[in-house]
Design a protein around this ligand. Structure first.
Ligand code: 5GP
Ligand code: ZN
Length: 112
């Protein structure tokens, strides 16, 4: 499958790893929008938040467990933002479900 993030998971494209286990991979965004900006993805390909079902949703809960742990480890104790862009109107550019975790400064109150 021609998917950028599947290739990152497979190690075919280099990335700056934050965390990895059997289920998920977290890595720093190549174009950071905040002092701390990493992405966390399921290793299994899911296209977007619109493709989450009863069958594959467990990994999403798990991703949020890992986010809480990584945020604490990366010094985001004062807060952070989690974003998933979905589809055309959501400005999703990589069609593999990913959650942006942004922090390290007071973020804008504007969401869109
Ligand atoms: P989206 O707009 O789909 O929500 O976000 C895709 C994100 O992936 C963007 O923030 C972009 O900077 C990041 N990105 C795109 N290609 C690469 C890459 O090859 N490596 C890394 N680490 N991040 C990437
Ligand atoms: Zn993929």
């Amino acid at each position: 499958m021609d998917c950028l993030f599947c290739k990152i998971v497979a190690g075919e494209i280099p990335s700056k790893k934050v965390y990895e286990d059997d289920w998920v991979y977290a890595f720093y965004d190549i174009n950071p929008q905040a002092p701390v900006h990493f992405l966390i993805i399921p290793k299994a390909h899911i296209e977007s938040a619109a493709e989450i079902t009863a069958e594959n949703s467990a990994v999403v809960a798990y991703i949020f467990e890992v986010i809480a742990k990584l945020a604490a480890e990366l010094g985001l104790g004062d807060g952070f933002r989690v974003i998933t862009n979905c589809g055309e109107d959501g400005a999703q550019t990589v069609k593999h479900l990913h959650f942006h975790v942004l922090g390290g400064k007071k973020l804008s109150e504007k969401m869109a």
